[in-house]
Every structure is written in structure tokens, then in C-alpha cells.
Design a binder for this molecule. Sequence first.
Ligand SMILES: [Zn+2]
Length: 300
Amino acid sequence: MGGTGFWWTWRVLGSLLLVPGILGWGKEGHYTICKIAEGFLSEEALAAVKELLPASAKGDLAEVCSWPDEIRHSYHWRWSGPLHYVDTPDFKCNYKYCRDCHDSAGHKDRCVTAAIYNYSMQLSSGYHESISESGYNLTEALMFLSHFIGDVHQPLHVGFTGDEGGNTIIVRWYRRKTNLHHVWDNMIIESAVKTYYSKDLAIMIKAIERNITDGWFNVIPSWKICANNQTVCPNEHASESISLACKYAYRNATPGSTLTDDYFLSRLPVVEKRLAQSGVRLAATLNRIFSSQAKQIADA
Ligand SMILES: [Zn+2]
């Protein structure tokens, strides 16, 4: 690599790192999801989570839910980049594991849904076999799983291959130039916090939590369950996401368009519901993994 090439790469990476959240739901999105999940954890799951958290989390799962985004461009972790999303063929508004779960070089099982299966399996086997026997790093598995269950709910993390899930669709968000993927990772949440929640993310989180216990109360049980008693069901979540991407994210957001109140006000409820769903589902997943009942079945 030539000197200028290296400098250029470094500059691009450096500037990317200065833009928070260009890499997944933004920091606020992941923080919100994990905060919501904390409120739904069983006592057993909460104890297990606290034991696995790194010291830097200070006992709070939400503090480390963006960790996979922070490390993904460093040399050691570059392999994890394709695990944050899964793309479908252009203009296909459905998702199929066999067709879609691969990285850009075509390697199978390198996508977000496979990562969710993998890390939930690591946590289950680690918890049920005793940590040392499993050979997995369960702290990393917990942080990856918590992050990826969030990512698979962001509609444009299951977007079209040709536009990289909206990353190459340049739009204006009000007066600011950005891309469509970033609008869904960050801008909608940031604008909502600024406009409706006194610039305080904690107030937005409280509002979503209130909606879960009031407005969505009746549908919560259906959010939690996976068909056939599976521990995780990322394929269902990915199917929901691409369908929402087609219906809401891509619609009226072609290259060069300016997105303002019409787009913001109609899409914000979708974003808030996806944040709620991923929080509730992350908790339900961790409750299943860390339940003593599951342990008894495994031991039998
Ligand atoms: Zn991510």
C-alpha cells in the first residue's frame, strides 16, 4: 500500500469514526433497545448478564450495546463487518436465508441472521455446559447478540444489495446532506429527541416504555414468541424489516430527494415500534437462554 493510499484510507476511516452511528442503528438506537430490554429481563437472566458484562459496562448492558460498531473497522475485527446486516436482491421485498445470507464475496452464513443464531448458541451452550468448557468468549457473545438483535430490526439493515441498504442513496434530511441508511440509523431518532423529547434520550426511552405497557400491551406476547419454541427467530425479524424497508424506508426517498416533515412524521412511529420490538425480543431471548428450566432440560 502506497503512502498516499494509506493516508487516504486512514483519513476516510478516521472521518467515518467521527460520524457517530454510521454503522448500525446509531449509538442512541442501540442504547435505547438495550435499556428497554433491561426492563424485561427475568431475575435469572439479569444475574447472568451482569456476570458476563465487561467492567467498562458498570453493570449496564446498554453501555456496551454499540461495542460491535466501535470495533468493526479495526484490523482484528474486520471479519465481523458483514455480520451487521443482510441484503436482498434489488427490489425484492422478501428475505430468504439460503438466498441472502452471505457476505459480498459470496461466503455463506456471513450475515446478521446467521450471527444471531451463532451467538445465541454460544451463550446457551456456555451457560449450560459451564463457561470454561464451552471455549467461547461469552462476554463478546452477549455484546454481539444484543447488538445484532437490534440491527436486524432496523429496516434498512435488510435492504437491497445494489444500494447497500440505502447507504448509496444520497438524500437531504431537512437541510443536511446525508444518506438514507443514516436517516434510519440516526436522523429520525435524533430529530425526535430534539423535537418531542426535550433533547433528552432518556425521555424518549420512557415514552416508548410507556407505549409498550399501554398501547402495545396486547401484542407484546406475540412479539416475544418464536415459532416451534426456538430460542431465536431472526429470519422472521429480517422478513419484517425488508417489508418495512419497501413500504416505508425506500418509498419517496429516491437519490437526491429532500426528506422533511411528511417523511419524518410518517416514519417515526415505525422506528419507535422497531426499537420497542427489538428491546422486548432481546429480553425474551436472554430470558430463554438463561432460564434454569432450560438448564434442567439440557442436563437431563
Ligand atoms: Zn451494527
